[in-house]
Design a protein around this ligand. Structure first.
Ligand SMILES: CC(C)(COP(=O)(O)OP(=O)(O)OC[C@H]1O[C@@H](n2cnc3c(N)ncnc32)[C@H](O)[C@@H]1OP(=O)(O)O)[C@@H](O)C(=O)NCCC(=O)NCCS
Length: 137
């Protein structure tokens, strides 16, 4: 997985229990994954289709650094699945602790919002990456 986004949890991000508000975290995850999907697919016309199950495993507190890691898990005809991990990071020790992991699906659309196929060259690149990963094992 690659580091795709880094955030700092600020006072304004905190909910009633002094933890990072869950909805804010989901927004960060969606945004980071969307940017990755758009860059990978060479188009800004991607919509969030589905966010898979999310369990908040550890609280994020003010001044924690939040690191979001992502990788492309699958490419369909018009959809791309991004696998994500969010980790909180201590600035003092640089230790990282898993906060959540999930998968987010995006769909490529045209100007009218209709699903359209992901470019062939993007699919080929993904296949090559998959083959290279197999060879590494
Ligand atoms: C994304 C959207 C265009 C897909 O429309 P659709 O009529 O279902 O299109 P299709 O039937 O051609 O399916 C498109 C892809 O979505 C997948 N899909 C559709 N419904 C799905 C579901 N319930 N779960 C998982 N995947 C689904 C299909 O498998 C297909 O993927 P593939 O081509 O890689 O196999 C439409 O659902 C939409 O506009 N949703 C709202 C998006 C949005 O507003 N997001 C939030 C803001 S970004």
């Amino acid at each position: 997985m690659n580091l795709i986004s880094t955030k700092v949890c600020k006072k304004g991000d905190i909910g009633v229990h002094n933890n990072l508000f869950g909805g804010t975290m989901l927004c960060w995850v969606d945004e980071a994954a969307c940017a990755m999907a758009a860059e990978y697919c060479y188009t800004p016309l991607m919509v969030t289709l589905k966010m898979e199950e999310v369990t908040f495993l550890a609280p994020v507190k003010v001044n924690n650094i939040v690191k979001i890691y992502g990788s492309v898990l699958a490419i369909g005809n018009s959809s791309i699945t991004i696998s994500l991990e969010v980790r909180r990071c201590s600035v003092y020790t640089h230790e990282e602790q898993l906060v959540l992991s999930t998968r987010v699906l995006f769909c490529r659309i045209d100007e009218d919002g209709t699903a359209i196929p992901i470019s062939k060259h993007v699919k080929k690149r993904f296949e090559k990456e998959q083959e290279a990963a197999k060879d590494m094992k």
